[in-house]
Design a protein around this ligand. Structure first.
Ligand code: BG6
Length: 507
C-alpha cells in the first residue's frame, strides 16, 4: 500500500451539494477504512457564516448522505477533523484568513505541511481561487506539497478551457493539477483497462479486423433535478459527453501504454482524442442528434417536460439527449464507427460499453434465419448491476444445427467480502497519494474540447439544426436510430439487469 503523507484538505464550496453529498461522505469512508494519515484535517471554505462546530453539525451529524448505522463515537471522532473558514473567494484579501487557518488549524498539534485545495464551486470561481491561493503563496511546494483538484466542467468551450488551463498553470505546475472526472473513479471504468490489457484473448481481436462497431450508452432516468440554472448553460454535450463519455471512449480505444502509470496512460488517451475525425458541417447535422425531453405520464405519474422545469427557459434549446456517430482515424480503428448516446429521463439508468464483433465471414449455419445477424457482443457494464457479459452462439440441443445466442456473464456482486469504494473515495485517496492516473491531463482536456467545440458552434449559429422532442421515459428521438447503418443494426436497449436484455424487463 502506498504511503499517505500527513495533510490538510481545503474544500472550496464547503456547504455545496457535491461536498455534502459526495466529498464529506467519501472522506468519512476513508476514515472508517483507516486510510487517512495520522495527522489530517479538512477545512471547509464558503461564504456561509459557520464556525467549526456548526459546520461539523451540518456536514456530519446532520448530513443525510452519511451511511446509516454508524456509531455516534465514530461520527464524533470524524467530526473533530473538520474545520471551517468563512470567506469571500472573490476578495483577494480574504485569502489571508485562509492562509492563517491552513498554517494552524485550531486543535491540530503539529500542522501537516501538505495541502490539497479542492475547487467544488461554480466554475466561474476557478480562476479567482487559483489567483487568491497564489497571492498568499499557498500554491508553492516549499515546506510541503500543494495540489489542486478542479471539478468539472473544465471550461465551457475550447477557448475557455484553454484560458482556464493557462490561468491555472500560471500559478501551479501541471503535476500539481488534478482535473477530476468522477467516471474515472468508478471501479468498473478502471476494470475496462484491466479487461483489455490483462486478458490475452481480447487484445488480438480489439481492432478494425474483428470489431464491427462500438456503442456506449449513459442513460439516466432522472431529469435535471434542481439544476435548471446550470443545465441551461451546459446541456448534455458539455455535461456528459466531453468528459465522462469521452473518457470511456479513450479507455476503449487507447493503445496499450508502456507502463500502468499516469504519464504513459494519459499519453495514450491524448492520442485517441487527437485522432478523432473532425466533423464537416454537414456531418454535424447528420451525425449528431440532439433532443429534449417532453412531459409524459410514467406509471401514473405526470413528469414535467424539460422546458417546464424550474430555471429553464420556455424556448430553451439546451439538449438533454445527444447521440453521435464518429470515427477514430488511426491504424487500429480505421473505418470502425463509434456510437455514443446519453440522455436524461430515459427508461432506466444504465452506463455500458458494447463491443459488437464482426459476424462470421462464412455462414456455415445459414439455414438458420436468426444467424445472419448474430454477432458476438461484449458488454462492459459500468452501472448498475456492474459486470461483464459476453454473448456467443451455441447449438440448440436436438436435431440439425439450430443455434441461439447465450450469455456468459460475471457480476461484481458475486465478489462478496470485497469492498467496492465509491468513485470519489478512490479519487481523493489517489490525489492524497500523488497519483494522477485517474485524473484528466490539461492537453487531453483541450483535445477533447477541440472535437466538441465545432458542434457547439454549429448549434449556436445554424438555426436549421433541429432539436427533437422525446417523451420522458423513452430512449430518445427516433432519429438517432438512423445513425446506426447496417442491416438490422440497432442500439442495444439495455435493462437495469445486465442479463435480461432482449427480453421483457422491468425498467
Ligand atoms: C455529472 C453530471 O457529472 O454526472 C450529471 O453533471 C449526471 O448531470 C452525473 O447526472 C451522472 O453521474 P453518475 O455517476 O450518476 O452516472
Amino acid at each position: 500500500m502506498k504511503k499517505t503523507d500527513d495533510q490538510i484538505l481545503v474544500i472550496f464550496g464547503a456547504s455545496g451539494d457535491l461536498t455534502q453529498r459526495k466529498l464529506i461522505p467519501a472522506i468519512f469512508n476513508l476514515f472508517i477504512s483507516g486510510l487517512l494519515p495520522e495527522k489530517y484535517a479538512v477545512i471547509g471554505v464558503g461564504r456561509t457564516d459557520y464556525d467549526d462546530e456548526s459546520y461539523r453539525q451540518q456536514s456530519v451529524f446532520g448530513n443525510p448522505h452519511f451511511p446509516k448505522k454508524i456509531s455516534s463515537k465514530q461520527l464524533e471522532s470524524f467530526a473533530k477533523l473538520l474545520y471551517y473558514q468563512s470567506m469571500d473567494t472573490k476578495k483577494l484579501s480574504d485569502f489571508k484568513l485562509l492562509k492563517k487557518k491552513v498554517d494552524a488549524p485550531d486543535g491540530l498539534q503539529k500542522r501537516p505541511k501538505n495541502c490539497i485545495f479542492y475547487l467544488s464551486t461554480p466554475p466561474s470561481l476557478y480562476e479567482a481561487i487559483s489567483s487568491g491561493l497564489a497571492n498568499v503563496g499557498l500554491n508553492h511546494d516549499q515546506t510541503g506539497w500543494r495540489r489542486i483538484i478542479i471539478e468539472k466542467p473544465f471550461g465551457y468551450d475550447l477557448d475557455s478551457a484553454k484560458k482556464l488551463n493557462a490561468h491555472v498553470l500560471s500559478h501551479f505546475d501541471e503535476d500539481q493539477v488534478y482535473r477530476i472526472d468522477h467516471y474515472l473513479g468508478k471501479e468498473t471504468v478502471q476494470n475496462m483497462f484491466v479487461t483489455r490489457f490483462a486478458n490475452s484473448i481480447f487484445e488480438p481481436l480489439w481492432n478494425r479486423n474483428f470489431i464491427h462497431r462500438v456503442e456506449i450508452t449513459a442513460s439516466e432516468s432522472v431529469g435535471i433535478e434542481k439544476r435548471g440554472g446550470y443545465y441551461e448553460s451546459a446541456g448534455a454535450l458539455r455535461d456528459m459527453v466531453q468528459n465522462h463519455l469521452f473518457q470511456l471512449v479513450a479507455l476503449v480505444a487507447m493503445e496499450p501504454p508502456v507502463k500502468a502509470d499516469a504519464e504513459s496512460i494519459r499519453n495514450e488517451k491524448l492520442k485517441v482524442f487527437q485522432s478523432l475525425r473532425p466533423y464537416t458541417n454537414s456531418e454535424i447535422k447528420s451525425h449528431v442528434i440532439r433532443g429534449q425531453y417532453l412531459g409524459s405520464k410514467i406509471r401514473n405519474e405526470q413528469i414535467l417536460g424539460y422546458r417546464d422545469e424550474d430555471g429553464v427557459a420556455k424556448n430553451s434549446k439546451a439538449e438533454t439527449y445527444v447521440a453521435m456517430k464518429f470515427f477514430i482515424d488511426n491504424w487500429r480503428w480505421a473505418g470502425v464507427p463509434f456510437y455514443i448516446r446519453t440522455g436524461k429521463r430515459m427508461p432506466t439508468r444504465v452506463t455500458e460499453v458494447v463491443i459488437h464483433f464482426k459476424p462470421n465471414h462464412h455462414h456455415l449455419f445459414a439455414s438458420d434465419p436468426n444467424l445472419s445477424n448474430q454477432q458476438n457482443v461484449l458488454v462492459l457494464r459500468i452501472q448498475p448491476n456492474e459486470g461483464i457479459l459476453l454473448k456467443f452462439t451455441m447449438k440448440i440441443p436436438g436435431a440439425g444445427y439450430n443455434t441461439d445466442q447465450v450469455n456468459m456473464d460475471f457480476h461484481y456482486d458475486e465478489l462478496s467480502n470485497v469492498y467496492v469504494p465509491e468513485a470519489y473515495e478512490r479519487l481523493i485517496l489517489d490525489c492524497m497519494q500523488g497519483d494522477a492516473t485517474l485524473y484528466a491531463r490539461g492537453d487531453s482536456t483541450e483535445a477533447a474540447w477541440e472535437f466538441i467545440d465545432p458542434i457547439l458552434k454549429a448549434w449556436e449559429k445554424d438555426k436549421s439544426i433541429p432539436i427533437y422532442g422525446y417523451p420522458a421515459g423513452t430512449w430518445g428521438p427516433e432519429h438517432s436510430d438512423n445513425l446506426i447503418d447496417g442491416k438490422n443494426m440497432k442500439w442495444r436497449y439495455p435493462c437495469s439487469n445486465l442479463t435480461n436484455d432482449g427480453n421483457y424487463c422491468e425498467l
